[in-house]
Design a protein around this ligand. Structure first.
Ligand SMILES: [Zn+2]
Length: 230
């Protein structure tokens, strides 16, 4: 029995981020019923899958996968919203652990040296207090023991929210958005796993790749919690 957890739940009742139902002490972030009805992509570690193909011609990435399909107003959008705007930090890590669990009996993580979350700009990080992608990465790291690196890639400016932008605007907006720091020397010849909460056009992650591919002999894979498949 987790007495501290029960006391916390009494004073601060926890509710499911999707349906608003009270959570039991065993549930974290969302209820069992919502969890079991989330739209899995089922991509797992399928080579040359549709998500991976989005990056063909940009960089020869090793692997790409996403756990859930995103639909506006759907359960996954509520999870992402909770992760970003409602300080659901535990939910972020829980989702990271879920990604790791889902891929645990595949070879997806084989040979990956470091996990790199897509960085927030320092001013947004200050406002939000945390980077949801970094917490996702930490959740993955908890189960895979692959270290998370946050000081090798930075976001150079704070682009406005991408939500209402067209695909071409998103690409323009993301150009030159990231750069590597002097710490990126440690990434030489390493296989990196880029982690983000959601992949839409691929513009943001492509911009990260543009920065990281300046590191010699680097290999890159991608995992996101959600994917807006067009
Ligand atoms: Zn629920």
């Amino acid at each position: 029995m987790n007495i501290l957890g029960d006391i916390r739940d009494f004073f601060f009742p926890r509710i499911c981020v999707c349906c608003g139902k009270l959570l039991s002490s065993q549930e974290e972030g969302l209820c069992v019923s919502c969890m079991s009805s989330l739209p899995l992509t089922g991509i797992r570690n399928t080579p040359e899958n549709e998500m991976e193909r989005l990056f063909w011609g940009i960089f020869p990435i090793e692997r790409a996968t996403s756990l859930y399909y995103y639909a506006r107003g759907g359960s996954v959008s509520k999870i992402l919203h909770g992760m970003k705007y409602y300080g659901r930090k535990r939910l972020c890590k829980q989702m990271g652990r879920l990604i790791a669990t889902e891929l645990s009996n595949t070879s997806f993580f084989d040979g990956i040296d470091y996990i790199i979350p897509v960085p927030l700009h320092k001013s947004r990080l200050r406002d939000r207090g945390y980077n949801q992608s970094e917490l996702l990465a930490k959740g993955i790291s908890e189960l895979t023991s692959i270290p998370v690196i946050t000081d090798a890639l930075i976001r150079t400016h704070n682009n406005a929210t991408q939500t209402h932008k067209s695909a071409s605007e998103r690409w323009e907006n993301a150009e030159g958005l990231f750069k590597t720091t002097e710490n990126a020397y440690s990434l030489h010849s390493k296989h990196l796993l880029l982690v983000d909460d959601v992949l839409t056009t691929g513009a943001t992650i492509s911009s990260c790749i543009d920065a990281l591919k300046t590191v010699d002999s680097v290999k890159i894979s991608i995992v996101t919690l959600a994917w807006t498949k067009s």
